[in-house]
Design a protein around this ligand. Structure first.
Ligand code: SF4
Ligand code: SF4
Length: 424
């Protein structure tokens, strides 16, 4: 199969300077030029001119990219390597199909009721049978290529969206909507609880749109463009119902916010009416820490509370620091804690998306091990990041590494500090 995408249009800007290679996440755990940004670019142009066949070997190569954008952030020619790989993944999905367990996951992400039932079953299963069967250990998800499998995050008894009413009046003049993201909705519900606590403190009303669905990132990174477009268009139509009534849409997740703000319009390219509709929505979308720091006095309120005797190290999610330039804002939310910086807070944690987490899990483990060592070295008591995907990956890595740091989202730590001050 010869590719139809014009990779050369972007790849020809590569001057082969190799500045990207030392920053590349795969290169750090697999010293092979083939799986580096420069190597990928070379192979993609070979795909275009027909000298490389998109076979299983090429598939494995293109699926080993973590889509971390580290290469893009240092490239003097601004070659969008991760976008080219995303495009190659779409071609791979068309040619080879998508694994059954990913199709099941993507189907569930389109159907809130089924997802609610699955999460509920997952909670009951873990709370009763499986925890007992594993001597109280947290459950592991496993498929043959993962060997020992990976720890699953604990699911909440009740999702964030099912817990609160749609409109929460905190006595303010402004209202913001919350796009919570799937992981914070079903697993890390403290993130949404904390965001509401901060909004209440700031007297900003909250709108919690109940029918929001996944932002589309998991299917996009897997190359399933059909599902991705379906989710994006569904969310755009739904957001249009309330977007004029809110000041902003706050997203307490790096990956979801980056997907919505940067990738929605890109995925819809060629459908100009949809691009315009998406831009009207995304103009009001913000990663939560940025909007709170830019538009409220939260940082000053936190600073007025003095320091807690707890130390925190902050990991910069790729989809916050590299794609959105957000790194000082979450740190400002940690103003009540002693921040101990790790040696490289912007190095990718190794999550990499659903394909890396399942079919290429050994790569995720190798990158995670380096990150866990870096975190442990700080001696900090807590680790924080504004991203649930990083939380899943770092939690797993710390557990395997035997490190003791506990994870908390910056919103959780900020709310905790304000609560403690109010209760004192
Ligand atoms: S940094 Fe950019 S121009 Fe240099 S080799 Fe990498 S992709 Fe090519
Ligand atoms: S996106 Fe990350 S893993 Fe992929 S080529 Fe670039 S630096 Fe390497």
């Amino acid at each position: 199969m010869k590719t139809t995408f014009d990779y050369a249009k972007y790849a020809d800007n590569c001057v082969k300077c190799a500045k990207c290679i030392p920053t590349c996440t795969i290169y750090q755990v697999n010293r092979d030029e083939t799986t580096t940004p420069r190597g990928f670019i070379h192979l993609l142009t070979a795909l275009q001119d027909g000298t490389l066949e998109l076979d299983k070997n090429a598939k494995a190569i293109f699926e080993s990219c973590f889509l971390c954008t580290s290469c893009v952030s240092v490239c003097p020619s601004k070659v969008p390597t991760e976008q080219l790989i995303e495009n190659a993944r779409a071609e791979i999905a068309k040619k080879f199909g998508i694994a059954w367990f990913k199709r099941v996951a993507f189907y569930l992400l389109k159907h809130r009721t089924l997802l609610d039932i699955s999460a509920k079953l997952g909670f009951v299963f873990k709370s009763c049978g499986f925890a007992a069967a594993t001597g109280g250990m947290r459950a592991r998800f496993s498929i043959p290529m993962m060997k020992k499998g990976r720890l699953l995050p604990s699911l909440a008894a009740k999702s964030f969206l099912a817990t609160y009413p749609e409109k929460m009046d905190f006595g303010g003049e402004k209202t913001v909507a919350i796009f919570i993201g799937c992981m914070a909705n079903y697993a890390y519900t403290g993130v949404g609880d904390s965001l509401l606590y901060l909004l209440r403190t700031l007297k900003i009303n909250a709108l919690i749109p109940k029918d929001q669905l996944c932002c589309g990132a998991p299917s996009y990174f897997t190359g399933d463009l059909e599902n991705t477009k379906w989710l994006i268009k569904y969310n755009i139509e739904y957001f249009e119902l309330f977007i004029d009534t809110v000041e902003a849409v706050l997203i307490p997740e790096a990956t979801c916010s980056s997907m919505i703000i940067h990738d929605w319009a890109r995925v819809l390219e060629g459908e100009e009416e949809w691009v315009a509709r998406s831009k009207r929505i995304t103009a009001k979308c913000f990663i939560a820490s940025k909007w709170l720091c830019d538009q409220t006095d939260i940082a000053a309120r936190l600073a007025a509370n003095g320091k807690r005797s707890v130390s925190v190290t902050y990991h910069d999610p790729c989809h916050a620091a590299k794609t959105q330039g957000v790194s000082k804002e979450p740190r400002a939310l940690l103003g009540n804690y002693t921040i101990v910086e790790m040696s490289d807070p912007t190095s990718c944690c190794g999550f990499g998306g659903i394909t890396i987490q399942t079919e290429r899990f050994s790569l995720a483990q190798a990158v995670g091990k380096n990150k866990a060592a870096m975190i442990a070295e700080t001696g900090a008591e807590m680790i924080s990041a504004e991203c649930s995907a990083c939380r899943v990956q770092i939690g797993e890595a710390l557990n395997r590494y035997g490190a003791t740091q506990r994870f908390a989202h910056p919103l959780e730590l900020a709310a905790r500090a304000l609560k403690e001050a109010a209760d004192a």
